[in-house]
Design a protein around this ligand. Structure first.
Ligand code: ADP
Ligand code: ASP
Ligand code: MG
Length: 404
């Protein structure tokens, strides 16, 4: 007998038919004699719809109320799935996050899980019950509903695996596992059998939606192996494991992309110590995430141009902040560019293989794809390009690094 965490994403419970299919998968795993805790997302599209409704009320909808609203999608799928299991003759029941409780901090819309109470559910599953828990939801010390950030059911699953000490953490989704790139943009994407936490963290942070970045980080910190697999096929899926268990046959393991990026350049700022801090401090205070940063100094060393990228949705706010600080920053002008994408190649294998950077840039150049900015880490190279060239760039790099 094993104790399992089985997480089903929104794409796996998107219709009543799919919920019935999921109930049958759980039935099979239960019949094998396992103790089962199920984590379920909202039916696909539901959270987006709820979000749209809040926007119709106000563009600045209250965060605490937004959490109450967005978390409701998981309540629906939780009860539907529990009902489907009961209908198959399986002892099952749902718990909402506040009933368990799943305690988070009060960082509304992107809370962190602090603690999960386990005794009642452990007792239930030890008596052959299947516990069905909503992903994404929590409750703060102030007894207010919280959520874990978009895609946060993955994080709920990792936390359940940790606090309930389950033998496995299985993420059921609509693709065969983690692939070399997003199959919706490149049909030649291939399944990766094993990937290290580090590479997966880079993949998901760079846009591979299949796992939410903070869930990968939580699994890495707590050394909880993850099994990403399909709800709709019996294929073996992908194991996300520690570095020493992964094998690096290829220089590049995968390619990720994120769209809707914008680039801002502040031209001709007086180059003195503290200027970059002066530029970025008000952004941090306004919760604007800065991604790539490039600074270049004029030949006489007196002025600098500071270029950085942000999400497109923050462009207006960012430009306003910079304009408000014009006197302090003492710049010449600001230019900006939106509808940009970031395309990244990821692979621990590149540490030991010189020439990867050159191959990436050369292959993009041959396709006439202009690079607007570059950033690197030990196991990743990202380039900023025009958004309409994303698919072409991903396909070119996929081929160049022999992933087709
Ligand atoms: P779920 O509803 O199960 O949480 P998501 O929609 O969040 O599923 O994630 C699955 C989707 O992630 C896939 O349908 C696929 O289009 C996308 N995706 C992006 N990059 C990758 C990748 N490298 N491997 C697999 N899927 C990816
Ligand atoms: N329903 C939430 C979302 O769409 C959480 C999740 O699906 O993981 O972001
Ligand atoms: Mg997801």
């Amino acid at each position: 007998m094993k104790r399992l965490t089985l997480k089903f994403g929104g794409t796996s419970v998107g219709t009543i038919e799919k919920i019935k299919k999921v109930a049958n998968i759980i039935k099979k795993r239960h019949a094998e004699g396992n103790e089962i805790i199920v984590v379920v997302s909202a039916m696909s599209g539901v959270t987006d719809e709820l979000n749209k409704k809040s926007n119709l009320i106000s563009k600045d909808f209250d965060n605490k109320e937004l959490d109450v609203l967005l978390s409701s999608g998981e309540q629906i799928s939780c009860s539907l799935l529990s009902g489907a299991l009961l209908d198959l003759g399986i002892k099952a029941r749902s718990w909402l996050a506040w009933q368990i409780p799943i305690i988070t901090n009060n960082n509304h819309t992107s809370s962190q899980i602090i603690k999960i109470k386990t005794d009642e559910i452990l007792n239930f599953i030890s008596k052959k019950g299947v516990a069905v828990i909503p992903g994404f939801q929590g409750i703060s010390p102030e007894i207010r509903v919280t959520t874990l950030g978009r895609g946060g059911s993955d994080l709920s699953a990792v936390a359940i695996a940790k606090f309930f000490k389950t033998d496995s953490c299985e993420i059921y989704t609509d693709v065969d596992g983690v692939l070399t790139t997003d199959p919706s943009i490149n049909k030649k994407a291939k399944k990766i059998d094993k990937i290290s936490y580090e590479e997966m963290l880079e993949m998901s942070s760079m846009g591979a939606k299949v796992m939410q970045p903070s869930s990968v980080q939580a699994s890495m910190v707590n050394d909880i192996p993850i099994h990403v697999r399909s709800t709709f096929s019996e294929k073996s899926g992908t194991k996300i494991v520690s570095e020493n268990e992964a094998d690096y046959k290829k220089v590049v393991t995968g390619i990720a992309y994120s769209k809707s990026n914008a680039k801002v350049s502040i031209v001709g700022v007086v180059d003195k110590p503290g200027v970059a801090a002066d530029v970025f401090e008000p952004m941090g205070k306004n919760n604007i995430n800065i991604d790539m940063v490039i600074q270049n100094t004029s030949l006489d060393g007196k002025t600098a141009n500071i270029t950085f990228t942000i999400k497109q949705e923050n462009l207006k706010k960012t430009l306003n902040i910079i304009e408000k600080n014009k006197e302090k920053l003492n710049y010449n002008k600001i230019t900006h560019d939106d509808k940009l994408a970031k395309v990244s190649i990821i692979g621990a294998g590149m540490i030991a293989s010189p020439g990867v950077t050159y191959r990436m840039f050369r292959s993009l150049a041959e396709e006439k794809i202009n690079i607007l900015a570059i950033s690197t880490s030990e196991i990743k190279i990202s380039v900023l390009i025009r958004e309409d060239l994303t698919q072409k760039a991903v396909r070119t790099l996929h081929k160049e690094f022999e992933l087709d």
